[in-house]
Design a protein around this ligand. Structure first.
Ligand code: ZN
Ligand code: ZN
Length: 86
């Protein structure tokens, strides 16, 4: 009887990872700045990894160390989105 229980728990049917779907749902257009955890103010992104931050947040961060807070890639430029569309 206990064998049936184990078989149910290990059932491969419907056991596909739902995590990828959940993760893509997290990335919403109005996502938040990973530095201040608030909505983006003057959204900007880095030249290397294209991660997005508030312009002020990443500017302050770059004074400490010019590398991405998320992926640790060094960056040389911060692109301010408003000025790109200008
Ligand atoms: Zn911020
Ligand atoms: Zn990054």
């Amino acid at each position: 009887m206990s064998a049936i229980k184990v078989a149910l728990q290990h059932s491969p049917k419907g056991g596909r990872h739902k995590t990828s779907k959940a993760m893509s749902a997290e990335v919403s257009p109005d996502s938040k700045c990973p530095i201040c955890l608030d909505v983006f103010h003057n959204m900007s992104y880095l030249d290397r990894c294209l991660h997005k931050f508030c312009f002020r947040c990443i500017l302050e961060w770059s004074k400490n160390k010019p590398e991405c807070p998320l992926c640790k890639q060094p960056f040389r430029s911060i692109y301010h989105i408003n000025s790109i569309y200008h």
